[in-house]
Design a protein around this ligand. Structure first.
Ligand code: ATP
Length: 341
């Protein structure tokens, strides 16, 4: 038997509805298998700011630090004070965002299986913005060789493990941002030399965003900088049918945090209409990571049950409203739980 302590950030908007779904599925795994979870719920985000005066209170950070992994619902207006702080605090340098075609989902292409590996610690997301004068703002875009190298290494490892098309494309804009993106591209090229079995290429970000619409099936692993990765992964999620199916992992050396790609979706909050798949597939990624880190073969199997259950429901056309179905968040979650064992 293995037991994992998970911190669960409820978040804002549809966050509480989604994290309730994730909790139900983790409790189902605990009940039915030898993989057990202790789930500690954590306050962070707009609700925490209103209640405690801080979007990320210290006691929440303490609970997260005591856990082995964190699962997070989307956060609203205070997202930058929560997720960007946590990414930096735990040095979660790799943001991994798969985009995959699932059955019976209206989408641009039914044959996509790709992942965006986004550098998570630098770029304009450092938030270093200054007033040059009262009408002009300067934002610093930071790129280091160290961060570029470790994200490139991570992307090539992902391409090796996935064993799919064995392709890495580095996405940048080095023809304009010659120094910063020049450094990122040169570093990716250098890392590529160590992986002769992986086909390496480069695309400018404008061409990449066009090709994601034109030939999404061609992509395997995209490695890119922080802002470009944020935008391209939302685009990739839409290509396969929308943000409701998009999971993400923020990976560091010793800790990892898992969350949906999307935001708080205030337009559908409280309507029991959110697709929980994005957070359930994030939980699946969490189980893969825990399995790898703790050399626990069972955890990965329990994780694959989540995805298998979702796929089998989609094949029967049982789905939530965002992807053309009729089921509510709680109805879909119940069916996932029932289909897993
Ligand atoms: P952010 O800027 O914080 O990423 P956003 O305002 O761009 O967020 P999202 O909250 O990500 O937007 O939502 C974009 C659209 O996708 C909304 O119309 C929302 O209803 C829809 N959406 C997002 N997540 C889901 C989900 N899990 N289920 C159903 N619809 C969703």
């Amino acid at each position: 038997m293995s037991r994992y302590t998970i911190s669960l950030i409820r978040g804002d908007g549809i966050g509480p509805e989604q994290t309730a779904a994730a909790k139900k599925i983790l409790e189902t795994i605990s009940d039915k298998s030898s993989t057990k979870f202790t789930i500690n719920e954590v306050d962070a985000g707009d609700a925490a700011l209103a209640k405690h005066g801080k979007a990320l209170p210290e006691f929440s950070v303490d609970t997260i630090k005591k856990s082995q992994a964190c699962l997070k619902g989307p956060v609203g207006e205070s997202a930058a004070d929560v997720i960007i702080v946590l990414r930096r605090m735990f040095d979660l340098y790799a943001n991994v965002r798969p985009a995959k075609s699932y059955p019976n989902i209206p989408s641009l292409s039914g044959k996509v299986d790709m992942v965006t590996v986004r550098e998570n610690t630098e770029d304009v997301y450092l938030g270093w913005e200054f007033n040059a004068d009262e009408n002009t703002v300067v934002a610093l875009r930071v790129t280091s060789e160290r961060a570029s190298r470790r994200i490139a290494e991570y992307a090539f490892k992902v391409a090796t493990i996935r064993n799919a098309k064995r392709r890495v494309v580095a996405v940048h804009k080095a023809n304009v941002m010659r120094k910063g993106d020049g450094l990122f591209a040169a570093t990716c090229r250098d890392v590529a030399k160590k992986y002769p079995k992986i086909q390496y290429s480069e695309l400018y970000v404008d061409a990449a965003s066009m090709n994601l619409i034109r030939n999404p099936e061609e992509f395997d692993v995209i490695v890119t900088t922080n802002l470009f990765g944020d935008i391209l992964s939302d685009e990739a999620a839409q290509v396969v049918g929308g943000l409701g199916m998009g999971p993400a992992a923020n990976i560091g050396e010793g800790f990892a945090l898992f969350e949906p790609v999307h935001g708080a979706a205030f337009d559908i909050t409280g309507k029991n209409a959110a697709n929980p798949s994005s957070i359930l597939l994030s939980a699946k990624m969490m189980l893969e990571w825990l399995s790898d880190k703790h050399n626990d073969k069972n955890a990965i199997l329990e994780g694959s049950r989540i995805e298998d259950a979702i796929v089998s429901l989609l094949k029967q056309d049982k789905k939530t409203k965002d992807i053309g179905g009729k089921l509510s968040t709680t109805e879909f979650t119940e069916l996932v739980a029932k289909s897993m064992y």
